[in-house]
Ligand binder design. Structure first.
Ligand SMILES: N[C@@H](CCC(=O)N[C@@H](CS)C(=O)NCC(=O)O)C(=O)O
Length: 204
């Protein structure tokens, strides 16, 4: 049975949860990280020396890094479904998976200040810089989605990390550019039960 360690409000844990549920795999989730602790215990550090979430374990096989977890599950259980069989389609899916961390970096300051920092302690300058940078980056994704339904053409693992990052961006209480292709893609993701249940939950 697959085990996933991680709290449900973590953007990187959400990617693993969306992926296992998209593939209808049975799994057990164990709360870890922030208020749940666990990540600094010697047992956990043995599995994941970074002390971060998520961590996946399957029959003694341990894997960390959320995008590697998505790739592993897609390759093992989702060939031709989440894992594109055609090399160039798969390369484009991988490209957007890597880019999702760049996008995450642009949203980070806005997210931490607006959601996890008391109002009187927020850094308005950092929020504005993050708002502008993430808006610029989102335009890149919007342009790419002009001629396709999902980031690599058909729905694939490529949509999971960036779809999760965009949920966080789109739900932040701040102004954003109107991006019709990105918004239509987000609505398509929203139609997927595993996305709705694990990813599009209130930010915390
Ligand atoms: N690149 C890593 C980053 C992991 C990471 O930074 N996880 C955060 C949550 S999103 C974490 O563990 N924070 C500390 C905690 O929750 O205690 C991944 O994608 O798995």
């Amino acid at each position: 049975m697959l085990k996933i360690w991680g709290r449900t409000n973590s953007v990187n844990v959400k990617k693993a949860l969306w992926c296992v549920e998209e593939l209808s795999l049975p799994y057990e989730r164990i709360d870890a990280g922030m208020q749940h602790g666990v990540v600094n215990t010697p047992e956990y550090r043995k599995m994941n020396p970074n002390g971060l979430v998520p961590t996946l374990e399957e029959d003694g096989f341990v894997l960390w890094e959320s995008h590697s977890i998505v790739r592993y599950l897609a390759a093992r259980y989702g060939k031709g479904v989440l894992w594109p069989m055609e090399e160039r389609t798969r390369a484009i899916a991988n490209q957007w998976m890597d880019w999702a961390f760049s996008f995450q970096g642009s949203v980070r300051d806005a997210f931490w200040n607006l959601i996890r920092t008391p109002a009187d302690k927020r850094d308005a300058k950092a929020i504005e810089a993050s708002r502008l940078k993430s808006g610029e980056m989102a335009r890149i994704l919007d342009a790419a989605l002009a001629d396709r339904l999902y980031v690599a053409g058909p729905f694939s693992m490529g949509d999971i990390p960036i779809g999760t990052e965009v949920q966080r961006w789109i739900r932040l209480p701040m102004e954003r550019p109107r991006l019709p292709n990105l918004e239509a893609w987000f609505e398509r993701l929203h139609a997927r039960p595993a996305f709705k249940k694990n990813v599009d939950i209130p930010l915390s």
